[in-house]
Design a binder for this molecule. Structure first.
Ligand SMILES: [Zn+2]
Length: 369
């Protein structure tokens, strides 16, 4: 079985390298925006589209023009990846249009957004140093050992720091999963997760990192909006805001990693309702949406999934149409359950917290399949 795993480390660039990073990320942004602009114009004026192949060829021409010859200083594959990103963004856009979802047209990348660039190949790692083509050896804080073969490398700025992410392909022999210990997990707003195992039901409280940092985020984003557009000060304020976002994101991620690792280590089979939290987000009113994205359910479920695969444990999605919330755990009758009703009570006399009922139903799926 082959799966990919990402290893992320904080880089330790000196001033010169930092400048190169900014230059590379800036060039990618420029190429992306240029290509997007071109696509927009072609569509408006001639009602036609272009291809990744054509845009790549144009990039070569641009390098030979005097005003844009600075592009030569950037590694060519890194720039091609920016075009590839745009192409993918359009693919996703067209797919969503076709599926009648919210389309989300690709937008221009602005300065102060997370700068990043990507190498499809050519990167080497030796001890705690990484070789980035056209940049050189850069040290990073090696917090753990890497496994597998590096498939692509992303250098990204989050807040104040630059990070390197290696996506590695790992091959492992499939381990036969034991199916003795099954748990059902229901995610919700009241409790981040409700977990049913053989003996008991456990509630895991919602982490409030986001809400905790929210007042600071509000304060910082107000500061951004008060600064003049395109000014140096605005950029600085934006960087501070990004740093705060990054901090909260890291705290949340850390917490989710700990919880998911614990669950995967101590159980053999995990059943969840569905990974499609996205749709829930779109339908939910705004304040709910914040609480949901805050809670990071999707991230959590994805972590559970890949950690199960890694350890040869079973991960099961009950599916979108499985009525885990509506069904009575005891008599299997379906009762309508609007979101504000917190207690499940069935005509058969069974009464239980709605999230407990859902978690028990999910666990039951795991024991019957
Ligand atoms: Zn019942």
């Amino acid at each position: 079985m082959i799966f990919t795993k990402t290893f992320k480390f904080r880089l330790r660039p000196n001033r010169k390298v930092k400048n190169l990073f900014a230059q590379f990320a800036g060039a990618c942004r420029w190429v992306y925006n240029m290509a997007l602009n071109q696509r927009n114009k072609l569509w408006e004026e001639e009602n036609r589209s272009t291809t990744l192949f054509d845009q790549n060829n144009q990039l070569v021409l641009l390098k030979n023009e005097e005003t844009t010859s600075w592009l030569k200083e950037i590694h060519s594959q890194v720039l091609q990846q920016a075009l590839d990103d745009l192409n993918k963004a359009f693919d996703h856009f067209f797919r969503r249009v076709k599926n009648k979802e919210i389309p989300g047209y690709p937008h221009f990348r602005c300065r102060g957004e997370h700068g990043s660039f990507r190498y499809p190949q050519g990167v080497k790692v030796r001890k705690d140093c990484v070789w980035l083509p056209k940049i050189g050896w850069v040290r990073f804080r090696k917090s753990r050992e890497m496994e597998g073969k590096i498939k692509q490398t992303i250098v990204i700025k989050e807040g104040k720091y630059w990070y390197v992410c290696f996506s590695c392909e790992i091959e492992k022999e499939g381990i036969e999963a034991k199916e003795e210990d099954v748990i059902g997990i229901d995610v919700g707003l009241e409790h981040f997760a409700t977990i049913a195992n053989d003996q008991e039901i456990e509630e895991v409280g919602s982490p409030c990192f986001f809400r905790g940092g929210l007042s600071k985020i509000r304060y910082l984003s107000r500061r951004v909006s008060k600064k003049q557009t395109r000014s140096r000060n605005r950029l600085k304020a934006k960087e501070k805001l990004n740093a705060e976002h990054a901090k909260i994101r890291n705290q949340r991620k850390d917490w989710l990693h700990k919880l998911s690792t614990h669950l995967v280590k101590s159980h053999d089979k995990i059943v969840v309702e569905s990974l499609k939290v996205k749709e829930l987000l779109e339908k939910a009113p705004k304040y709910l949406a914040r609480a949901i994205s805050d809670a990071g359910w999707r991230e959590f479920l994805l972590m559970l999934k890949y950690k199960c695969e890694e350890r040869g444990k079973k991960f099961l999605e009950a599916g979108d149409y499985f009525p885990s919330t509506k069904q009575c755990y005891k008599c299997k009758k379906i009762n309508e359950m609007p979101l504000h009703i917190r207690e499940y009570s069935c005509s058969c006399g069974y009464r239980i917290h709605r999230d407990h009922n859902a978690a028990l139903n999910l666990k039951a799926v795991g024991t019957t399949v």
